[in-house]
Ligand binder design. Structure first.
Ligand code: FES
Length: 566
């Protein structure tokens, strides 16, 4: 028994000081689950899933897992599912972002500690796919991801509703007094009506597209709706492919490279993707020792047009992207700008994949390169005295009339302060002011929530003001729209310049020059005490997080999880 090849259940034996005994014991206990000896001799495919009663987006996972298992069995493997942490976006306090790294550690450690020759990872809701990508890259066991797929829209009074751009649109109308409490209740019933991830180009959909661009999910599968039969067929095919991956030994380090990360960055810009995705992609790349510089982001942004016309910026939803042809036609439009020699999890290179001409493309949804939705990339990085290490603006989701502007700061020192005073009728604010939120970054007590979409103060909302310049060290939901500057680094809680902004200061924004400056002289700033609210938990994961989380330009990963070097 000692010279048996180390695959399947023989991998990574529990240490009792006698390897043969360990394998005998493991097989014996596995047989208690009813497996035959022949089945236990097959290559083992782990299925890491993130189903949970606290995750509405993953409620179809039992069916999806069955389909993966069917594929594994058909290809001669033994599927063994195991749960990992799940992060249901709206069910976590203070924010799902705080737990992304914890989930990535769970995925990495359980993939490495348990015997499997390859792993299929099922995720989708905002932080789950980034966490799984980070974990699978660090584990570097042959891996294929399967995404949940987007929700379907529903109809309300003849109007399409989909989470979550429409959530915010209707909430804005409710806050502005345009619709009643009864009506917002009916909208609440109809915003999220099927399994799957948010129906627009939010963070989950953006990350699904980036996973396809990276080559970590099967081609053509990013946009398949959660409830479509093709989603089950994709899961079955992924299960089959996982068996082949186990035999080929194709590991993530051969797929996720500097070139494939750059492809993903380009796709992020071309789809008008979520601002969160730049943080997640940076963290994913960091697990391979690949750096993403915000200067490089700006260069790529200048040469990459937005081609996909989905909400929150356009009129369409993810199900429309699927019907229009999916991500494949987008990649074909971008082909001259992509690294085509990148290997994908299918075993083909990206170039080989793109040789097939799509049968049908709806160019209302997926624009041609020479007829873009927006001539430049959706995201841009800003630098300046207020953001020495950078900040992000989703210019494709912002009002261009606010891009070159100087304004007076109206400062909120924390989320609690914001909640307390935003609707105060005595708040000294007008539509030309810049709203500033401090202490909402990764090391703050709030754990970098999606609070950067500061609401328009009640008294201005009621006058019909729809957009203002808003700045913070927080994040923003990928489903939101507005002139919102995010991820300011260094954050206020560690004493960054943001912590020294005071009411009435002048701030200058120039998107053209990529600048964000606090127009206060150095002598005055030196006199000011930072308003810094640094989290200081006493124990557990939160202590680990506080000690090791990095700033947004490093993906908010933990310092000890990043891989240095290429
Ligand atoms: Fe899960 Fe939006 S709540 S993707």
């Amino acid at each position: 028994m000692a010279d048996r090849p180390k695959h399947g259940l023989a991998r990574g034996l529990t240490n009792y000081g006698d390897a043969d005994f360990s394998l005998y014991l493991r097989r014996s206990f596995a047989k208690s689950m009813g497996y035959s000896h022949a089945m236990l001799d097959r290559p083992v495919v782990g299925i890491a899933h993130s189903a949970s009663g606290y995750n509405n987006c993953h409620r179809h996972f039992p069916e999806l897992i069955d389909a993966v298992k069917r594929g594994v069995l058909a290809a001669g493997g033994l599927p063994i599912e195991f749960p990992t942490i799940s992060l249901g976006e709206v069910f976590l306090n203070p924010t799902s972002m705080m737990y992304r790294n914890l989930m990535s550690m769970d995925v990495e450690e359980m993939t490495c500690a348990q015997p499997m020759d390859s792993v299929v990872l099922l995720g989708g809701c905002d932080k789950t796919l980034p966490a799984q990508l980070m974990g699978s890259i660090s584990a570097n066991v042959p891996a294929i991801h399967v995404v949940a797929g987007p929700m379907m829209t529903s109809l309300y009074k003849g109007e399409r509703l989909g989470a979550c751009t429409d959530c915010r649109r209707f909430w804005g109308r409710y806050r502005g007094g345009e619709i009643s409490q009864q009506e917002i209740g009916r909208v609440e019933d109809g915003l999220a009506t099927t399994a799957g991830t948010c129906a627009v180009m939010g963070t989950a959909s953006t990350m699904a597209c980036l996973a396809e661009a990276l080559g970590m999910i099967l081609p053509g599968t990013a946009s398949i709706p959660a409830v479509h039969a093709d989603r089950l067929r994709a899961a079955e095919a992924s299960g089959m492919r996982a068996v082949a991956l186990a035999k080929e030994g194709l590991t993530p380090d051969r797929i996720v490279t500097e070139k494939s990360v750059e492809n993903a960055l380009r796709v992020l810009l071309a789809i008008g993707g979520s601002t969160n995705a730049i943080i997640h992609l940076t963290a994913v790349a960091g697990r391979r020792g690949v750096e993403i510089s915000l200067d490089r982001l700006n260069e790529i942004s200048d040469e990459t047009p937005v081609l996909v016309d989905l909400k929150p910026t356009g009129p369409y939803y993810m199900e429309d992207l699927f019907a229009a042809g999916g991500l494949g036609p987008v990649l074909r439009e971008l082909r001259p700008l992509l690294h085509l020699d990148c290997l994908t999890v299918s075993g083909e290179t990206l170039g080989q994949r793109l040789e097939a001409v799509p049968e049908y493309v709806d160019h209302k949804v997926i624009h041609k390169f020479d007829d873009p939705v927006y001539p430049e990339g959706g995201l841009v990085a800003l630098f300046g005295s207020l953001a020495p290490e950078g900040a992000i603006l989703k210019r494709s989701a912002a009002d261009p009339s606010l891009f070159e502007k100087e304004g007076r700061a109206v400062v909120f020192g924390s989320l609690d302060d914001l909640a307390e005073r935003m609707d105060d009728p005595d708040l000294a604010v007008d539509a030309d002011d810049f709203l500033v939120l401090q202490n909402a970054g990764p090391k703050s007590n709030s754990g970098m929530p999606e609070a950067g979409y500061l609401p328009i103060p009640g008294k201005l909302a009621r006058k019909g003001v729809k957009d203002m310049v808003r700045l913070s060290d927080a994040r923003m939901s990928g489903t939101a729209f507005g002139t919102i500057i995010l991820h300011i680094a260094p954050e206020a809680s560690v004493g960054g310049p943001l912590s020294k902004v005071r009411n009435g200061d002048r701030i200058r924004l120039s998107v053209k020059e990529r600048r964000l400056d606090l127009l206060v002289d150095a002598a005055e700033l030196a006199k000011r005490t930072p308003k810094a609210d640094l989290a200081d938990p006493t124990r557990g994961y939160k202590r680990l997080y506080a000690d090791h989380v990095l700033q947004a330009p490093l993906g908010c990963d933990f310092d000890f999880l990043r891989k240095s070097g290429k």
